[in-house]
Design a protein around this ligand. Sequence first.
Ligand code: GLV
Ligand code: MN
Ligand code: MN
Length: 412
Amino acid sequence: MDIKDLRINGKRLRQSLEEMAKIGATPDGGVQRLTLTDEDKTARDLFVQWLKEIDLDVTIDDMGNIFGRRPGIHDGLPPVMSGSHIDSQPKGGRFDGILGVMGPLEVLRTLHENNLETERSIIVVDWTNEEGSRFAPAMVASGVWAGALDKDWVYQRTDINGKRFEDELERIGYKGDVHCHRWPVHAYYEYHIEQGPILEMEGKRIGAPKGILCLHWYDIYLEGEANQVGPTPMEGRHDALCAAAEMILKVNQLPDAMGGNMVATVGEIQNYPNSRNIIPDKVHFTVDIRSWDDTHALKAWERLQNEFKTIARQRGCPIRIEETWRVEHSPFNEQLVQRVLETAADLGYPGHYMVSGAGHDASYMNQVAPTAMIFVPSIGGRSHVEVENTTWEDCEAGANVLLHCLLKSADE
Ligand code: GLV
Ligand code: MN
Ligand code: MN
């Protein structure tokens, strides 16, 4: 058989995705597989079992990253890699992340059953905690692997119940003994759903992002003065939630105020003591700012901070600001991006050059290895929600693009 005619098994890919979707399944058709929970462990166990079934060399490092390596003819050459994440958002979807783990697994199954050899080794990877929803920030394990984040800092991060990242990693049995560190990689491809509306709007099947926006995360803590809501006059109150409300609107108005080219969001808030008849005395909320232009995002933050401080002063609510995390915008390797588009065209799939607004481990991988991504359409542009959906045909098409991109990179 001509290698050009090789295709992955779409039915098997679908079955794997359906099996995974059962782990942490939510009543409304999504999944909740927060990082380092029992659901994450169950899905990891199944993934490792599947890696072993096709005789891959399995390695787990001390960030919990799982690697499955299929040796090449020239084992000394830098390998090609592909992967994504098994964890999900709370009430997340059945495709975000897991498609980019099951996709390369399906590629390796295809090579395995056809007894195909490649010059370079091919590695499939599941990166721990891509989402950053339970333990902020996101993409920490690829960040540590790439040398951009400090492992001990990540280990100390806590969830909302005060549980430590490292303790939870140990508890689920995925703190491996291999030191998490980067090695030379010839090419890294991450396969993912688009998570936005562009491909559907353009009527295209495959997206090739030129890169990923910068991501800046902040945590805001406000102090107010608690009191009985009935007897306390409106004048002279120090209501931390009202201060937060004003600030949240400033975040929402920020892109307009800055002249566009960015998005800004408050997605998480905790209010204390959270009783309808107590004036709130403590609020925590998050800020997420993204742009292709890092300087623009930093200038926006300067402006926002000043606005926050003014509001805090006016309301008599002391503010504490934590600059939690920043990852620069990530322009991918143009040759690999073109390879994705050419491969899509060769397979008869219309491709589209675009940008990724969502964060991915590819962002950190891009700092250490030539990197590109392969996107397939998200129905209705919906993601990080239970109704997140992508057609099985598109899942199969994207995996075939991945197959041929990996083959080209593995044989050069
Ligand atoms: C990751 O899912 C992100 O884009 O926040
Ligand atoms: Mn993802
Ligand atoms: Mn996600």
